[in-house]
Write a protein that binds this ligand. Structure first.
Ligand SMILES: *Cc1c(COP(=O)(O)O)cnc(C)c1O
Length: 395
């Protein structure tokens, strides 16, 4: 029988009252608030947009949004309109920007919910103007230029036309252009030649928006690396995501502590099994690990369904019984094994996959290196089966 508890992903769980949790992601909201303060100090002249897409990078969108607001974030930023509407549904007021739209999206709902929507192309401008008319109110629109990333945003060649059309819609009372913005391609590689190029494209786009008669409240370009390393990119507002969760966006330059940041998420599990096995015992699917001698194996009840990368097979670091161990053999859907050598542990003892790192545990950055990815992906992929346990929640 499955003895896992059915704990909803966004439940507030007290780990002391819930000692039987298989696994949990502990989310330190005091750390998040202090990270917001540290980031604001890096960009003192700019407003702050807390980026909360993808369930707050896996940390839980709504509790993190509340904590960011408590720390003074004037803006909340998300990718999809559904995420923006979910913030409103949870009672978060104030300014919210979303930027990843597809035709047929909930334009009118967002206009009615007072969400700032991003427009990168004429079809989207037409959609938001129609939605504003249907809603009988003025839509708040931010125009996005592609300064070189090659994803969303208007091409510079299409920008003068888009800004003129937006100004016409503004004069007609359908919209108000509240922002002009873009997104860097390589801000995490300081001195990359694209940075100066994209800044220049952005400045030209601002001049052209001005020529079209637009007067946006906020002009913005800086993600986490831009906030921490490119003061010339701060403009009116910065949009940090990963750094707010205490992860360095430029680990080659320094860890989170070097920027005054502290990791927010700790991922831990209770050992589900500890047993002695003889030497030459295969471990997990495919027997890619075989015990070198008689030893103790501990079973960690987290697997790739919970977001532990299968690429961590044979490489992922875990703190168990006071030492770093390495995932022995393959990561399975729900579980993986570590070899404790001769060390002693008991079922229920804690295995810490990653955390701030100051109690001897690995960090999300260590997992990223072990798996050939970035720490963004390590925290964001922690799945809904892992309850988030919030620490430092304020009313
Ligand atoms: C995700 C995202 C951010 C935040 O990026 P980080 O590198 O996590 O700081 C900012 N702006 C946009 C448009 C994004 O999509």
């Amino acid at each position: 029988m499955d003895t896992d508890r059915a704990v909803p992903a966004d439940a507030v769980v007290d780990p002391v009252a819930e000692p039987a949790l298989r696994a949990h992601a502990r989310i330190d909201l005091d750390a998040l608030r202090s990270n917001v303060a540290a980031l604001r100090a890096h960009a003192p002249g700019a407003a702050f947009m807390a980026v909360l897409k993808a369930d707050g990078y896996g940390h839980g969108m709504v509790p993190c949004a509340r904590a960011a607001r408590q720390a003074g974030a004037e803006w909340l930023g998300v990718a999809t309109p559904q995420e923006a509407l979910a913030l409103r549904a949870a009672g978060l007021g104030g300014r919210v920007l979303c930027w990843l739209w597809t035709p047929g999206g909930p334009w009118q709902e967002c206009v009615e919910a007072d969400i700032d929507v991003t427009v990168s192309a004429r079809w989207a401008l037409d959609a938001v103007v129609a939605a504003a008319r249907a809603a009988g109110r003025t839509a708040r629109v931010q125009l996005k230029i592609d300064a070189g990333l090659g994803r969303n945003g208007a091409q510079p060649a299409d920008w003068p036309d888009l800004t003129r059309a937006a100004r016409a819609a503004e004069r007609a009372g359908a919209i108000r252009v509240t922002g002009v913005w873009s997104h860097f391609s390589c801000a995490d590689e300081p001195d990359h030649p694209s940075i100066a190029r994209e800044l220049a494209v952005f400045r030209t786009a601002l001049d052209q928006a001005d020529d079209a008669g637009l007067a946006p409240e906020v002009r913005h370009l800086a993600n986490s690396p831009g906030t921490l390393t490119l003061p010339e990119a701060h403009f009116d507002l910065v949009r940090p995501g990963v750094a707010m969760y205490g992860i360095s966006p430029v680990p080659q330059i320094g860890g989170p502590e070097s920027f005054g940041l502290r990791p927010v998420m700790t991922l831990a599990a209770a050992l589900a099994s500890v047993k002695r096995v003889p030497g030459n015992h295969g471990v997990s699917y495919g027997h890619t690990y075989v015990t070198p001698g008689e030893t103790t194996l501990a079973l960690v009840p987290l697997g790739y369904a919970d977001g532990v990368p299968r690429h961590a097979s044979g490489t992922g670091p875990v703190l168990v019984a006071g030492k770093w161990r390495t995932v022995a053999g393959r990561v399975a859907m729900d579980q993986f094994v570590v070899d404790l050598g001769g060390d002693v542990a008991a079922p229920g003892d804690e295995a810490v996959l990653f955390g701030p790192g100051d109690s001897g545990e690995p960090t999300a950055e260590d997992w990223a290196r072990a798996c050939g990815t970035i720490a963004y992906e390590i925290v964001t992929r922690v799945g809904p089966r892992v309850p988030r346990v919030y620490v430092g929640e304020q009313a």
